[in-house]
Design a protein around this ligand. Structure first.
Ligand code: ZN
Length: 405
């Protein structure tokens, strides 16, 4: 979607930055998981946020939980003993200039950057200072989840964060174009219009960073997306499929939970029903809607681990065909929990499809060559170690590695 016509500011920045051509996101390719992975420099197997939605064993019963809920990570700490299992960038830089995050996605994704209150996180559901002290009045970030809200957030970020508060790490996470891509067909006029607004916000940040550099600041600037999208061509109710196959007791039973993560699904199995694992595997492997299936011993290959009752992860069937607007990438999606939209014909993500797995990432600053293309494999978990190296701080024990030349 990046072109001189659709996103002129990003296209111009491409010439001033190094493009990571083989940059990959995590699995599931969902924003709450990506936020935690970017913040920690680790894959889900180590930070422990397995999906945008997950299941947890609570008082002896598997319970579905939406990780986008504002209180999810506080609840997870209560249930499992930790919010995220490894330190975040916010924690690592708290005595070295601190971190400020402005996010306009789901509350859970915003707070995944700093669930334990080491820095500042601003979000429409609640803005927090260190110690998770809630900010009120004009300090709170009260913006809508749309292009206008993103613009207000960006203007405040530029003035207040980049030029006044000047933390060591500043994160601006727009809600668009992801939000609109879930609502309309990819490549449609409505989508392209919102994309142009996002590109205008990019310009505000680039110009602001130029001013900081002119005044002597040594800025490392990442501009990227956290995942791509694919068009939903069919929606499958995986719980109902498991019931119909005689594996899950009923649609509402707690023996097995199929938890939709868009174009992927996480299958949780109560330990009391572990004898069902071989049956589940053969069922998933023979289902035409399933693409790649990862069992307990294979989850490590996609950055996951068979912990907390997670037994299988499935990337739904996908192909590289185009939608009506010529945008490539078609996927089956797993039907979300009751009350959420199916997104048929619109954009979705979560799986291992080529387009949802290939976000863009452009980096400018010391150690990155302007106008160059880096073809080495890189991933969202490399962002934190690259920032830590730029700041002269240790980056050991992370899954990622610094990307500077
Ligand atoms: Zn999304």
């Amino acid at each position: 979607m990046i072109s001189s016509q659709a996103t002129p500011n990003l296209k111009a920045f491409e010439r001033l930055s190094q493009r990571l051509a083989d940059y990959r996101t995590v699995f599931p390719s969902c924003t709450r998981v990506v936020s935690a992975s970017m913040a920690t420099g680790c894959f889900p197997a180590r930070h422990g946020l397995q999906g945008n939605s997950v299941a947890m064993l609570e008082e002896g019963r598997l319970v579905l939980r939406d990780a986008g809920h504002p209180d999810f990570l506080q609840h997870k700490r209560h249930v499992t003993g930790c919010s995220l299992a490894v330190p975040t960038l916010a924690e690592r830089v708290k005595d070295h200039g601190g971190a400020i995050v402005f996010s306009n996605v789901s509350p859970g994704a915003a707070y995944a950057h700093d669930p334990d209150g080491h820095g500042h996180v601003y979000h429409r559901a609640g803005s927090f200072a260190p110690g998770r002290r809630q900010l009120g009045g004009h300090e709170h970030l009260d913006v809508t989840l749309d292009a206008a809200g993103d613009q207000r957030m960006t203007e405040r970020f530029v003035n207040e964060v980049l030029h006044e508060k000047r933390p060591a790490v500043a994160v601006l996470w727009l809600g668009e174009p992801d939000h609109i891509q879930h609502e309309v067909p990819l490549g449609s006029p409505e989508h392209r219009s919102v994309l142009a607004h996002a590109d205008a916000n990019v310009r505000l940040v680039i110009e602001s960073v130029d001013r900081l550099r002119a005044s002597g600041d040594d800025v490392l600037l990442f501009i990227g997306s956290d995942h791509g999208h694919q068009t939903v061509e069919d929606v499958v109710d995986v719980d109902a499929e498991l019931v119909a196959a005689g594996i899950k007791a009923s649609q509402d039973s707690h023996d097995i939970l199929a938890v939709s993560n868009g174009t992927s699904v996480l299958i949780y199995v109560d330990p009391d029903h572990a004898e069902k694992l071989p049956k589940i595997r053969s069922f998933l492997e023979s289902s035409e809607w399933a693409g790649q299936v990862f069992g307990p011993d294979e989850l490590g290959s996609v950055g996951q681990a068979a912990e907390g009752c997670l037994a299988f992860a499935v990337s739904m069937r996908e192909s590289e065909g185009a939608n009506a607007f010529g945008v490539c990438g078609l996927s089956f999606a797993a039907k979300p929990a009751a009350g959420k939209s199916d997104r048929l014909g619109c954009g979705q993500h979560g799986g291992l499809g080529r387009f949802e797995q290939s976000p863009f990432m452009l980096v400018a600053g010391p150690g990155f060559q302007a106008g160059a293309v880096n073809n080495f494999p890189a991933s969202v978990v490399d962002v934190a170690p690259t920032i830590l190296r730029h700041l002269g701080l240790p980056w050991s024990r992370l899954d990622g590695r610094p990307l500077q030349l």
